[in-house]
Design a protein around this ligand. Structure first.
Ligand code: MF3
Ligand code: CO
Length: 278
């Protein structure tokens, strides 16, 4: 303990302002993609909206051609669009969105070398109340995790808060994928599990963290489709995914991938909102 933060990137004020610019592009892209996610649209059309927002802001995609290695084909789109039983990393394509689908939109972008990464789940058209409750519980668990982050606290505090929040609703908590540090790379140390793991690394000013709970209406087990990317629930239950990139300043929390920096949600929870001034 206390040794494992040495490879976690610490970003200076100028860098955090670029992380914020990247985050704002991601927030704008998610907003536009959510508006495009209507019954009858294909997931490819939704992805194209994200690509257009990146281009308009002069941002690069961190998802497109992402290659984790191990012989997995490079990722072919600027977003991951995961429908119903798909948990994460669904590949945009000819699939037509239907009334009642739960669509998880995961999107990222790079500004001057700094990465943003965030996800929202949305219901297409008319919502099944159980699916709506799952998405809302996953969103709440994201904010519970964000609210547990503080300078001098630990990554384990975030993990425990996310888990505690999701356990209240008896949702399945996906374990095979985690949140992550973020900065000059989209995926960096530390891993941020959505379940208790002990203390983990200490949180310092200048660390940027992508917190991303994935929860299901069934069990926690997942499987991989033949495309080597799409992760589905093993029991075919519906899954939701919410994510934000955050940083912690001396003043409080700054949610880089929310248009308002997280001010509304943080203030409603009595949590300190601590953006850097421009
Ligand atoms: N945004 C995803 C994550 O949350 C990563 C997407 S993988 C990619 O970590 F290949 F699509 F980029
Ligand atoms: Co992520």
């Amino acid at each position: 303990m206390g040794r494992s933060h040495q490879h976690i990137e610490i970003i200076d004020e100028a860098g955090l302002k670029l992380m914020r610019r990247a985050g704002l592009v991601v927030a704008a892209g998610l907003k536009a993609m959510m508006a495009a996610a209507v019954p009858g649209a294909t997931t490819r059309q939704v992805d194209a909206v994200g690509a257009e927002v990146l281009a308009r802001h002069g941002a690069k995609s961190n998802f497109l051609n992402y290659a984790p290695g191990y012989g997995i084909p490079p990722y072919p789109a600027v977003s991951c669009l995961s429908v119903n039983n798909e948990v994460v990393h669904g590949i945009p394509g000819d699939r037509i969105l239907q009334d009642g689908d739960l669509l998880s939109i995961d999107f990222g972008g790079i500004i001057e070398g700094y990465n943003g990464d965030a996800a929202r789940s949305v219901i297409i058209g008319q919502a099944d109340p159980r699916v709506e409750a799952l998405s809302e519980a996953t969103r709440q668990s994201l904010w519970a995790g964000i609210g547990a982050a503080r300078i001098g606290g630990t990554i384990g505090d975030i993990s425990a808060a996310v888990e505690r929040s999701l356990r209240l609703g008896r949702y399945g908590i996906v374990r095979d994928f985690t949140g992550h540090g973020i900065g000059h790379q989209m995926h960096q140390e530390p891993d941020i599990p959505n379940y208790r793991v002990g203390r983990g690394p200490v949180i310092r000013a200048g660390m940027c963290l992508a917190i991303e709970p994935m929860a299901t209406l069934g069990g926690y087990r997942v499987a991989m489709l033949d495309d080597d990317w799409t992760v589905v629930t093993a029991d075919s239950s519906v899954a939701a995914h919410w994510e934000n990139t955050i940083t912690v300043t001396e003043q409080g929390l700054w949610v880089l991938t929310e248009e308002d920096g997280g001010e509304a949600e943080l203030t409603a929870r009595g949590l300190p909102f601590g953006p850097l001034s421009d």
